[in-house]
Design a protein around this ligand. Structure first.
Ligand SMILES: [Zn+2]
Length: 339
């Protein structure tokens, strides 16, 4: 499997201006970066991924023969959604690589404070314009490492799932996934200054990880307890978090909880996140210890209810009664992490 991905500097406006009848789906902020240089036939702005709003948007069919999605996850997902509804080809152009959604075939729709994946869209191509990415918010681009480094926890969970729950497993996928994380970790210096090589490393990691999961058939090689704990916290608080910051924090917590089964050392991962300048502290994310404690306690039930993959949260006793590995101990430790 592969994806048709074009990379370069200052290539986006030239490519989109070759289109005759193009519908551009974007948001105000990214659009401001390009508006003087592009001439689409129609521009659609959207920042609301609720199902009702997307239905309303799609019922107002615009004239055009191709859709370009330009922005973060919301703009790219809206473009994919409309492409599916209007039966048009779609080209995806990320303005920031904070999450891997721009590369995914699915569209994340919000429904009752939960994310539901609808549609299955295969974009005609992807354009990565590093001149644009360099103008994006640094913290968001850096947070893009988390959707690759969630591999570090997903693999420990996968081992637990295989040994303790008899889940499907394949050593070649396991190793391929591990290599993707190891490669990204080796680019710490470039990512910390976020030069073009650093951005390329994040794009490469997200691309490889998404392709690997598509080949495997689901996100098992990349997703585990770190994401599930995040979803559970979102369900409890209804707050919006910067995805990559929340996942970075949860990676450390889940690695610690995995103990002997952890495939990566949480101290080393903490060092990496610190060195690249990712601030995922409770204060930065507006998380209270009480909320986080509740999420930790609720995740085992959440994983069962939502039929998510087995892992550390599927164990009968995730936490020890007292001390470092008790729910209070883990909460206190998580609250102490800062950059
Ligand atoms: Zn994610």
């Amino acid at each position: 499997m592969s994806k048709n991905l074009i990379e370069g500097n200052n290539i986006f406006s030239e490519i989109i201006n070759r289109e005759k009848d193009c519908i551009l789906v974007t948001m105000e902020e990214p659009f401001a970066l390009i508006k003087d240089n592009v001439r689409p036939k129609e521009v659609i702005f959207n920042c609301d991924m609720t199902e009702d709003n997307l239905k309303r948007l799609s019922s107002d069919k615009k004239e055009g023969n191709i859709i370009y999605g330009f922005g973060g996850g919301t703009a790219c997902d809206t473009a994919k959604y409309l492409a599916a509804k209007w039966n048009l080809p779609v080209v995806i152009v990320p303005s920031v690589v904070s999450v891997d959604a721009w590369l995914c075939r699915s569209v994340a729709v919000r429904f009752d404070h939960k994310v539901r994946y609808v549609e299955d869209v295969n974009p005609q191509r992807f354009i990565v314009d590093y001149a644009i990415l360099k103008k994006g918010p640094e913290i968001l681009n850096k947070a893009g490492v988390s959707d690759v480094l969630s591999i570090t926890t997903a693999l420990g969970d996968w081992n637990i799932a295989r040994r303790e729950f008899g889940d499907r497993y394949d050593i070649s996928y396991y190793n391929a996934s591990r290599n993707i994380a190891v490669n990204l970790l080796s680019r710490e210096t470039d990512i910390s200054v976020l030069n073009e090589e650093g951005l390329r490393a994040i794009v490469r990691g997200q691309l490889e990880e998404v392709l690997l999961c598509e080949e495997w058939g689901n996100s098992r090689p990349e997703e585990g307890g770190e994401h599930f704990l995040g979803y559970c916290l979102e369900e409890i608080t209804h707050k919006h978090y910067i995805h990559g910051l929340l996942i970075a924090l949860n990676i450390l917590v889940v690695l610690k909880l995995q103990r002997d089964e952890a495939v990566f050392d949480y101290k080393k991962m903490y060092g990496f996140f610190k060195n690249i300048g990712l601030d995922f502290s409770f204060a930065r994310q507006n998380i209270t210890p009480d909320e986080y404690r509740k999420a930790l306690l609720s995740t085992p039930e959440y994983v069962k209810k939502e039929k998510l993959y087995n892992g550390v949260f599927s164990r009968r006793s995730v936490f020890d009664g007292q001390g470092e590995y008790s729910v209070d101990g883990i909460t206190e430790w998580a609250a102490s992490l800062k950059n």
